[in-house]
Design a protein around this ligand. Structure first.
Ligand SMILES: [Zn+2]
Length: 290
């Protein structure tokens, strides 16, 4: 698999990961959106803070650019043909004689050997009256919200299980977990106030990881609900990325080498390969619908 290289990287609160490539011939800062991420080409003489300021100055324009590229994702109309089918969450629409919209939910045990032992798949079906006008824009917006609300409600056990699994395998502990909604980010990690914590003897289940630790600073990890729809190794990669932040708050060289060591040891691929695959993924139901 080819891997796209960058020289520097940082996180923007609105646009997520920003990748910088240096070009000695470059006189200006050039902004591009590639696969939903912001890429910048600049002279190697410009510091990160100059680049960050340039993003600040152009924020409005960049937002429009993101909007334009995002609307170019083929939009799936939500009607009886709409389907999301993943091991964590399935969604479909059926029309019937009833006068009201109704959501049904059942849980199905995992059958794929890769997922056996993981929390059951939430299979959600939305019943719509026959006369529903699926061509109406307002109705489509509402249906989109229904899908997103069902997703955020149902995938917590699945994501929590995966985060615990990655925490055990890496030896990196976290304190709190929540499922969130983010426009561009797949996950985020923040340090909670409070002193170092000691792991009790019973909590030492994480001892098998390369980062066996007896003390840790408590962190809260939030995963975007769309993470549950990613292929397994990419969702696990997102978990490892956020867990690595419990050790290294920024995207420093130390952060990257730790993350790479963990993804190679636990997932059997490099962090760069996962990053490369992630560029095709968006936090958008259109990317996961059939
Ligand atoms: Zn990060």
């Amino acid at each position: 698999m080819s891997v796209k290289y960058y020289d520097s990287e940082f996180e923007d609160s609105e646009f997520g990961e920003v990748y910088v490539r240096y070009n000695v011939r470059s006189r200006n800062i050039i902004f591009r959106i590639i696969d939903g991420q912001l890429w910048i080409t600049s002279s190697p003489h410009l510091s990160d803070s100059v680049i960050k300021n340039a993003i600040g100055d152009k924020r409005e324009k960049l937002r429009e650019l993101f909007q334009r590229t995002r609307t170019s994702v083929p939009e799936h109309i939500i009607d009886e043909t709409f389907k999301i089918t993943t091991p964590a969450f399935c969604f479909s629409v059926v029309c019937n004689r009833e006068k009201e919209f109704r959501l049904h939910r059942v849980f199905q045990p995992q059958t794929d050997p890769l997922y056996v032992g993981m929390p059951d798949c939430a299979v959600v079906q939305l019943e719509c009256p026959y006369q529903t006008d699926f061509d109406n824009e307002q109705r489509q917006r509402w249906l989109r919200k229904v899908v997103e609300a069902a997703l955020i409600k149902e995938v917590k056990p699945y994501l929590q299980y995966m985060l615990n699994q990655m925490s055990a395998k890496s030896g990196l502990a976290y304190e709190q977990f929540m499922v969130g909604r983010g426009k561009t980010r797949w996950g985020w990690c923040s340090r909670l106030s409070g002193a170092r914590k000691k792991l009790s003897q019973t909590e030492r289940v994480i001892e098998i990881g390369p980062y066996t630790q007896e003390e840790y600073f408590p962190h809260k990890i939030c995963l975007n609900s769309f993470t549950a729809l990613l292929p397994l190794h990419l969702a696990q990669y997102i978990c490892l990325h956020e867990l690595t932040h419990t050790r290294h708050a920024d995207h420093s060289d130390d952060f990257h080498s730790t993350l790479d060591m963990l993804t190679r040891t636990i997932l059997g691929v490099s962090a760069k390969e996962c990053e490369w695959e992630m560029r095709k993924c968006r936090t958008d139901i259109n990317c996961f619908a059939k």
